[in-house]
Design a protein around this ligand. Structure first.
Ligand SMILES: Nc1ncnc2c1ncn2[C@@H]1O[C@H](COP(=O)(O)OP(=O)(O)OP(=O)(O)O)[C@@H](O)[C@H]1O
Ligand SMILES: [Mg+2]
Length: 215
């Protein structure tokens, strides 16, 4: 479903990520492990087409991302990728339901408020539909971010440190939710995390080696 091949990513002259070959089949659930600074967020951004590798090839769902640019790349991402970012980036001026509707709008998909509400209901958070992001607890905001990531039925679901700042019960619930939603929409799932609690729930592991930081 995706393949990262011959990746060598640099910021300026500093190499930050090297992946010879990592590929996943459709519907697989992966943990992307590695210590802080090893390049997990960078790897997720490459898979989402949010940045292009300095060298190497990123292919998702049979599409070589280097062939997509600008609006076409944004449209592809909106329809194919669901990202739960490390900082959740819910739009503060919109309530929970409208944050979900915005994700559909940005992907050029028809507005279906009922469908968004049904999704919130299925995730047990329909009571939060009219809350503003500032009125949510961290765990509730995490669930809303998962809902927003799956509302367009992406083929690839990416979650960056989804259990950070959550207690054991909520960390477990968030992972089960990600896995269940990935199964529900038939998505390939990648969870980037250095949280040991995640490991037992995601048997396929790709580990990035530590990077020494040079100034
Ligand atoms: N925009 C940037 N410009 C320069 N260097 C960057 C930039 N973004 C990230 N880096 C560097 O790239 C390396 C990998 O960062 P990345 O955020 O991918 O790591 P990570 O594994 O996600 O870490 P964490 O577990 O702390 O989230 C780090 O050394 C970081 O300082
Ligand atoms: Mg990170």
């Amino acid at each position: 479903m995706f393949a990262l091949t011959g990746i060598d990513h640099r910021y300026g002259r500093t190499p930050v990520l090297a992946i010879d070959d990592w590929s996943a089949a459709a519907g697989e659930h992966w943990l992307l492990a590695g210590p802080s600074g090893s390049g997990k967020t960078t790897a997720l951004h490459l898979l989402a087409g949010l940045c292009a590798p300095t060298a190497g090839r990123v292919s998702v769902g049979g599409v070589d991302l280097a062939t997509l640019r600008g609006a076409a790349l944004d449209r592809w991402r909106g329809r194919s990728v669901g990202l739960v970012p490390q900082r959740l980036h819910l739009v503060g001026a919109l309530d929970v339901l409208d944050n979900l509707r915005l994700a559909r709008y940005l992907a050029g998909l028809p507005d279906e408020p009922t469908r968004a509400l049904l999704l919130l209901e299925a995730m047990g958070i329909d009571g939060l539909a009219r809350r503003m992001p500032r009125q949510l607890s961290q765990g509730q905001a995490q669930r809303v971010a998962v809902a927003r990531a799956v509302v367009n039925h992406p083929a690839l679901l990416l979650a960056d440190e989804p259990t950070a700042n959550l207690d054991d019960a909520h960390a477990q619930a968030t992972l089960l939710l990600l896995r269940a939603q990935a199964v529900h929409v038939g998505a390939t799932l990648v969870v980037a995390s250095h949280d040991a609690r995640v490991r037992p729930l995601l048997p396929r592991v790709f580990t990035l080696p530590p990077r020494t930081v040079s100034a």
